[in-house]
Design a protein around this ligand. Structure first.
Ligand SMILES: NC(=O)c1ccc[n+]([C@@H]2O[C@H](COP(=O)([O-])OP(=O)(O)OC[C@H]3O[C@@H](n4cnc5c(N)ncnc54)[C@H](OP(=O)(O)O)[C@@H]3O)[C@@H](O)[C@H]2O)c1
Length: 325
């Protein structure tokens, strides 16, 4: 038996319940992983509230964790019992002491990457990998705008952009978050709750504006983000922290300067084992070299998953948050 978080209906954090479940033996192509740390991500809130529908209810929650392989199903070649591993994709159910998952999603951890770092960095770090290295392959010298720069994804993006020689302008909601983003390598910060973001970007870039805007805030920032781009710049809309962007008239891209727009996801980039492995090599190299250090701002017991989600939704967290089984 193992404890896990489940929800039977969508709603507020109170729908999350800690339950005892039996863990089946892994089938062909699967492994059983005992979790040492579980990653908390904004997408977990989208599933809990129903913005993203869970495939069925009751449902587990969470897609990211790190731990040790307890059992291996038939045909699994790349993992063995006792291996230190992590994953960031797959069916909901990572908020658990132990679970069975397709081995294709699971990667072995290098010795230098702890369970807590892996749980805090797999989903967010692989996201930054594709955003900065694939969606727009930054070369160094570009200026980018990155919203929520003191959050989990944002804290990694600030450091990775600095390592690439990219000027990252980060938006934040408080002076404390601005200081954190700047310590992580943001070239400049803007408090988007108090300042005119477009005017500040114009000043900071001497009117050139940004090559790319990375927007995970969604509804509240969509139009401002487009106004921060240079002509033919790229708008990367990759999240909905304030609600989804809806009802877009495509003509706006023409009016604002022949802009490009994309709406990517980790599953759209790490969609084959080969691509996942190559993205992990890049991420683990950044972690092991120390160019990206994972800031775990909050740790919660697994049983307090609801409280942890509320803190994330209320903008009270900085860096990554993990749950400890
Ligand atoms: N597409 C993908 O592949 C992918 C993968 C991972 C994450 N994401 C997205 O990236 C974003 C960041 O994820 P994360 O887990 O690292 O979370 P996070 O950045 O640690 O937390 C979200 C942050 O968004 C900002 N925010 C702005 N308006 C908000 C609002 N109305 N409500 C709540 N927060 C608001 C807050 O920072 P301030 O207080 O500084 O404004 C908050 O701390 C999320 O939107 C997530 O869905 C997308």
């Amino acid at each position: 038996m193992a404890q896990r978080i489940e929800f039977s209906q969508t709603g507020g954090p109170e729908v999350l319940q800690l339950v005892e479940t039996s863990v089946a033996a892994p089938g062909a192509g699967e492994v059983c992983v005992r979790h040492h740390a579980v990653g908390l991500n904004f997408i977990d809130i989208y599933f809990r509230t129903g913005l993203y529908p869970a495939p069925s209810l009751p449902s587990g929650l969470g897609t990211e964790a790190a731990g040790v392989v307890e059992a291996v199903g038939e045909g699994v070649e790349h993992l063995a019992v006792g291996d230190r591993v992590a994953y960031a994709q797959g069916p909901l159910g990572a908020y658990a002491e132990e679970r069975v998952i397709a081995a294709d999603h699971v990667v072995a951890l290098p010795d230098g990457v702890t369970f807590e770092t892996a749980a805090a960095a797999m989903l967010k770090g692989l996201t930054v990998q594709y955003l900065l290295r694939q969606t727009y392959p930054l070369q160094g010298g570009e200026t980018i705008l990155f919203h929520a720069a003191a959050g989990g994804v944002g804290s990694i993006a600030c450091q990775w952009a600095r390592a690439l020689g990219v000027k990252l302008i980060g938006t934040v909601s408080s002076p404390e978050k601005a200081a954190l983003a700047e310590r992580n390598g943001a070239w400049a910060t803007i408090d988007y709750t108090r300042e005119d973001v477009v005017e500040r970007v114009r000043e900071l870039t001497a009117g050139e504006m940004c090559d790319v805007v990375y927007d995970s805030v969604g509804k509240d920032t969509w139009e401002t983000s487009l106004d921060c781009l240079r002509k033919r710049g790229l708008m990367v809309s990759f999240g909905n922290a304030s609600g989804p962007v809806e009802g877009v008239n495509i003509g706006i891209l023409n009016q604002k300067g022949a802009l490009y727009v994309t709406r990517p996801s980790l599953n759209g980039y790490a969609d084959t084992r080969e691509r996942l492995e190559s993205m992990c090599i890049d991420l683990f190299a950044m972690l092991e070299s120390g160019e990206v250090a994972i800031d775990i701002g909050q740790r919660f017991p697994l049983a307090d998953a609801g409280k942890a989600q509320q803190a994330l939704a209320d903008r009270q967290t900085t860096g990554s948050t993990i749950l400890l089984p």
